[in-house]
Design a protein around this ligand. Structure first.
Ligand SMILES: *Cc1c(COP(=O)(O)O)cnc(C)c1O
Length: 374
């Protein structure tokens, strides 16, 4: 048994995808976002399972991630979401990736790589409609669109934008949609009908409209079982968290009242205590922000973190759990016994967001896959 491991419930991912697909019209294509090692769940295993669950294609962050997906045998469409650099273009063309274009310079460099390879490069144009990050600023998008339409070395396959506040500001999101759709209106119908047109991430699903010209969604967080905003319709889809995170108690001992626990002596015991040393720390993905704030579950009980989380070890209070012994499982995220530490709770004491909580689990955390219901 590993000292720190994440259990990945692949059937839960199946069920999440099923629920999301059911909430959408059947014509909508499902782009499964599996960047950052499938949000820490492990890209090869998750990609294979997502294909079984009926997703249409994949999106990743960059060319290196796309290359890894090709290496594990995926020969379907792969959309690269982040801007690319000229030195990545030959490889991207060779791997037959769909790259995102964010500027005329990027488009020219990619067209040159395609010409060198003697084939057309597949592209999606991304418009910045207010996210203020990647994408061509919307006022400058028509010029990029014209360039791509006229370029024989580029095959225009998709047009998209990204929302900055889909889960929290519906008015701003509606304005982003309006700006995007106005750009789309200027594209001749015969070309528009060939494009994949997409904007919605997980949070966007809450305001997705079936009678819009959008014909695809890009889903990350929700398929792993986490609704991006509390209280939204997305919670009614009952997503099931696919990942739980566990470690082992490696030492239990008594410490006298007045002892300071861990680096910096930030916590002085107010009573004689039984403490458990758990073999997990920030080297595994437990943020130092959880020091003196978070809890691990041991024997189904909440055991408060004492003092600072360190790289390899975290100390918790097991005074109220007299049966705790070395070897016990400590659950950092997920269910144990009748209790459960939710990602929301973990994030609240770790000062992080759900996306971050998942993808900061390090390589030292062994991934263990559950393939069927037990
Ligand atoms: C990461 C990402 C997504 C997926 O977002 P979720 O909130 O995880 O669903 C979609 N689109 C783009 C451009 C992204 O970078």
């Amino acid at each position: 048994m590993a000292r720190a491991w994440a259990e990945i419930d692949l059937p839960a991912i199946d069920r999440n995808v099923g629920r999301i697909k059911q909430s959408l019209p059947s014509r909508i294509r499902y782009v499964a976002v599996i960047k950052a090692d499938a949000y820490g769940h492990g890209m090869p295993e998750v990609a294979a399972r997502l294909l079984q669950a009926g997703v249409d294609c994949f999106a990743v962050a960059n060319v290196a991630e796309a290359a890894r997906l090709r290496e594990v045998g995926h020969d379907g469409d792969i959309l690269v979401l982040s801007p690319s650099l000229p030195e990545e273009h030959d490889r991207a063309v060779h791997l037959d990736l769909d790259l995102t274009l964010n500027s005329p310079e990027e488009a020219r460099a990619l067209a040159a790589a395609a010409a060198r390879a003697g084939r057309r490069a597949k592209v999606h144009i991304k418009a910045d409609t207010g996210m203020g990050r990647a994408g061509v600023w919307h006022a400058e998008a028509p010029a990029l669109i014209d360039f791509v339409r006229a370029c024989a070395d580029l095959e225009w396959r998709g047009f998209y934008t990204h929302f900055s506040e889909a889960g929290s500001d519906h008015a701003f999101t509606a304005e982003q949609r309006r700006i995007f759709l106005a750009l789309l209106d200027a594209v001749p119908e015969r070309e528009r009908s060939r494009l994949m047109i997409h904007a919605d991430n997980s949070a966007g699903l809450a305001t997705f409209s079936a009678d819009s010209p959008f014909n695809a969604v890009r889903v990350g967080l929700m398929q792993y079982g986490l609704p991006p905003a509390e209280g939204s319709f997305l919670e009614s889809l009952r997503p099931e968290p696919a990942l739980s995170f566990h470690s082992r108690v490696v030492l239990v001992k008594r410490l006298p009242a007045g002892t300071a626990v861990s680096y910096g002596r930030t916590r002085v015991l107010g009573r004689e205590s039984r403490v458990a040393v758990v073999a997990v720390g920030y080297g595994d993905g437990v943020p130092t922000a959880a020091s003196n704030r978070g809890y691990f579950l041991i024997r189904g009980r909440r055991c408060p973190i004492l003092g600072r989380v360190t790289m390899d070890q975290t100390v918790v209070d097991v005074t109220e759990v007299p049966e705790a012994v070395a070897g016990d499982i400590a659950t950092i995220l997920g269910a144990q016994g009748a209790d459960r530490i939710t990602v929301e709770q973990f994030c609240s004491w770790s000062d992080c967001i759900p996306w971050e909580a998942l993808c900061t689990l390090t390589q030292r955390v062994q991934r263990v896959y559950r393939t069927d219901r037990t």
